[in-house]
Design a protein around this ligand. Structure first.
Ligand code: TRP
Length: 334
């Protein structure tokens, strides 16, 4: 037991508590996390400090989203016995490491991470803070403090991982004296790294195009009815192009067995978009039903979730303290 646990790779990933979990999180990240519970030694973080980098003016929403998000994780099948779930802000060692690594991180490395400019463009100049510039460094600290080897993330996060690897290499070069004090993390992508939302753009809370796990069946059906399809398929019997249709992309996830049938009948003009969406809404609700039932069950006992986070944070903190000690020793601080 002890030995096989030792051999399991250390996996670390996290999500910001900025709202309810949607289908994109479920198939992009959570299903991968569930598998890691069986094969790895995973650490899953509620990245509340990261949430403050963009939502600093709304602390209550971050506080409210924290437990809700963990309920969604558990409902999706994350087994709290097989992973460590913890709160980033409850591990002050992460913040201390952030200060230390900040000393060796060139500003130009942070400025060239693509999310820095693109997010300011999207969300506005008000988020151009010191904290937000440091977002990828804080993320590296999350990973490095647990010596994370593999980091399951979405495609948009790979640049953060690449940046993080450079910082680790620089740290080991400056202070390691030939040893690897910090571990270089590696990003892993899921089979479905990005899924489209109702408007065809990437599913995201900020685009208001997301289908939530916590939605009820009627809301889900309404959202599916509003989905865009092939813009050239105007009348029911027009031949459609499934490859440009977001509903088709979601069919592949929700019910792969049905995909060849939809493909054939959409192309031939046999299947109209209205009918397809009605079928899809039913299938999607069926797919989400067991998760929603578990969600309702878990939500009945808020103390259960609190306890999972407390116990996980205590365990995580002990490991973080050890890594921080090694870092400080290498830097001649202790
Ligand atoms: N930046 C990640 C996201 O927005 C969330 C995150 C924070 C994270 N810390 C992390 C992901 C550490 C992986 C590892 O999705």
């Amino acid at each position: 037991m002890q030995l096989s646990e030792k051999k399991r790779p250390r996996v670390m990933s996290g999500m910001r508590p900025t709202g309810k979990i949607h289908l994109g999180h479920l198939v992009g990240a959570l299903q991968q996390w569930v598998r890691y519970c069986e094969t790895a030694d995973p650490y899953f973080e509620i990245a509340d400090l990261h949430a403050y980098t963009t939502s600093f003016s709304d602390p209550q929403s971050i506080r409210d989203a924290r437990n809700d998000m963990v309920i969604d994780w558990l409902a999706a099948g994350i087994d709290p016995q097989k992973c460590t779930i913890y709160l980033q802000s409850a591990i002050p060692e992460i913040s201390e490491l952030h200060v230390l690594l900040g000393m060796i991180t060139p500003l130009s490395w942070l400025e060239r991470v693509p999310t820095w400019k693109s997010q300011i463009g999207e969300l506005g100049q008000h988020i151009a803070t010191y904290g937000f510039l440091g977002y990828p460094l804080l993320q590296l600290c999350d990973i490095a403090i647990f010596r994370g080897e593999r980091v399951p993330v979405g495609r948009d996060q790979l640049a953060h991982l690449e940046f993080g690897r450079e910082v680790v290499r620089r740290f080991n070069y400056l202070y390691g004296e030939g040893k690897e004090i910090l571990t270089e993390p590696e990003g892993t992508l899921s089979d479905f790294p990005e899924i489209p939302g109702t408007d065809g753009r990437k599913m995201s809370k900020s685009y208001d195009n997301a289908i939530l796990i916590a939605d009820d069946e009627t809301t889900t059906a309404k959202k599916v009815r509003s989905m865009v399809t092939d813009p050239l398929k105007i009348r029911r019997h027009d031949a459609g192009r499934p490859e440009v249709c977001p509903v088709f992309a979601l069919w592949k996830i929700v019910n792969p067995d049905h995909v060849p049938w939809v493909d054939r009948n959409c192309r031939s003009g046999e299947l109209g978009c209205v009918q397809d969406k009605t079928d899809f809404a039913a299938s999607l609700n069926e797919f989400l039903q067991p998760i929603r039932e578990r969600r309702a069950e878990i939500a009945k006992d808020p103390r259960y979730v609190e306890r999972i986070i407390d116990v996980g944070s205590q365990k995580a903190r002990a490991i973080a303290a050890q890594t921080l000690h090694d870092v400080k020793r290498a830097m001649k601080l202790v």
